[in-house]
Design a binder for this molecule. Structure first.
Ligand SMILES: [Fe+2]
Ligand SMILES: [Fe+2]
Length: 169
């Protein structure tokens, strides 16, 4: 595949189909980031208890980072001659990040974050694959974002490990 597409100019007329595919993938990524911003706002405010503080602070910092990702995806959509969608085409998917029944249930939040980050890692890995040989700039940008998501997941896996070690998860 990479051989056939060598020298592809993603902005050229004949790359219309490739661009369409990239825009589709980037749009999904954009919505994932927007939903993550919403979820991390609620998860950085709702939890109660001494142990929740570390999680809340960490998520509060991540909001800015996820918002930055959303902007990067939006800008790339524009650069590829696409249109950043309006809010009416948004549909929520992050079931695991809805507030728990009890706001002291920090494990619910940690598991939800791990699931959301895993979803992002899977989708961004597929963008990196599909962009190969077709759109190097998107690929390069998404590799950086993928690195951020791996870092986020690793941090929350560490939080979960602590709860598991104490028999709380
Ligand atoms: Fe992100
Ligand atoms: Fe993330």
């Amino acid at each position: 595949m990479a051989v056939q597409t060598r020298g592809t100019d993603i902005l050229a007329d004949e790359s219309r189909e490739h661009r369409g595919r990239m825009i589709e993938l980037l749009t999904k990524a954009y919505w994932m980031e927007i939903e993550t911003v919403m979820s991390y706002i609620s998860c950085s405010i709702n939890p109660d208890g001494v142990r929740a503080q570390e999680i809340k602070e960490s998520l509060a910092e991540d909001i800015e980072e996820e918002l930055g990702h959303a902007k990067l995806f939006a800008n790339r959509i524009k650069e590829l001659y696409g249109v950043v969608p309006g809010s009416s085409s948004f549909s929520a998917e992050q079931n695991s990040l809805q507030p728990p029944a009890e706001q002291t249930d920090v494990v619910h939040v940690i598991r939800g974050v791990i699931e959301a980050e895993t979803g992002a890692i899977e989708h961004y890995t597929s963008i990196v694959d599909e962009a190969d040989g077709i759109d190097w700039v998107t690929q390069d940008m998404v590799i950086d974002i993928l690195h951020d998501e791996q870092r986020h997941r690793r941090l929350f896996e560490g939080f979960l490990r602590e709860y598991e070690a104490e028999g709380l998860a």
